[in-house]
Design a protein around this ligand. Sequence first.
Ligand SMILES: Nc1ncnc2c1ncn2[C@@H]1O[C@H](COP(=O)(O)OP(=O)(O)OP(=O)(O)O)[C@@H](O)[C@H]1O
Ligand SMILES: [Mg+2]
Length: 313
Amino acid sequence: MIVTLTLNPSLDRTIEIGSLTRGAVIRAAAAHLDPGGKGVNVSRALLANQVRSCAVVPFGGDEGRRLVSLLQAEGIDMITVPVAGPTRSNVTLAEPDGTVTKINEPGTALSAEELDTVAEAVLSAATSADWVVASGSLPPGVPLDVYAGLCRRFSGAGINVAIDTSGPALLAAVAETPALVKPNREELSEATGLTIVSLGDAIEAAEILRARGASTVLASLGADGAVLLQDDQIWYGEGPVAEPRSTVGAGDAMLAGFLAAGARGEAALVEALAWATAAVGLPGSRMPSPGDIRRNHVRVTRADPTLSLRSGG
Ligand SMILES: Nc1ncnc2c1ncn2[C@@H]1O[C@H](COP(=O)(O)OP(=O)(O)OP(=O)(O)O)[C@@H](O)[C@H]1O
Ligand SMILES: [Mg+2]
């Protein structure tokens, strides 16, 4: 069983448009409302693939109630924690070439008492868990070492902790020896100060995170695939996406696939890439179901450090 924690969930509206022009009136081709938040996405992907999880979700206000009802309608197992501040709304503008523009609200602060209640919910769910996954940004006012505290607490109890976040929260967590971190290219660069233009740069940055405490690093590199550093091995893989529709949540699908496959070695990297690339082919932050996932399209190869990365970063 996999417990996910989303401290800063959201109601996500994805609007598909032809192209984004500042200052123009733009006609939307389609719009979707989804429950949002990185841990929530991991739980949605796991549910779609019949893997048990429990999502711990603080919620507040009308948006929070809407979020909980969307998650209930999807059949997500959850522990919901009512909080005073309203849940945030995020907007994503998705263009046909795969470009996404996101407008994310910061979220509302959680009080120290609310944070304690959330931590207790994670603890109670985690008694039967193999993994606790702490994903996403922190709402304002939450201490930057909150994920680090979870790592300390659960690693000591023999429960694996996976961290998918950025900035100081990622750095603090890494120092508490999480079993797994899943940075993207930008997060790798920010955490290490390295400019990442080649696969070798990404590997060097991932090695730094391992040296600072992370056992396994699964670094996602957008359209360039992903690299896995585990034990004394390095695997690189990528998968094609025939028709990219939205990369939102691709990293969350990747993490879910990796954990669902047992989080070890080449087979788990293949699963991670198969789930991630399937998510890119789906609109909004829709998570892939078994029928969307094509493992045989994924290629895992020896990591060539001279490979130039195409995009972003
Ligand atoms: N444009 C793309 N084409 C093909 N595959 C992609 C593309 N974008 C993402 N992916 C796949 O999804 C995985 C995760 O993407 P990315 O590195 O962008 O994660 P992320 O930034 O953490 O995403 P998010 O946080 O929005 O979920 C990549 O490793 C890759 O397999
Ligand atoms: Mg991510």
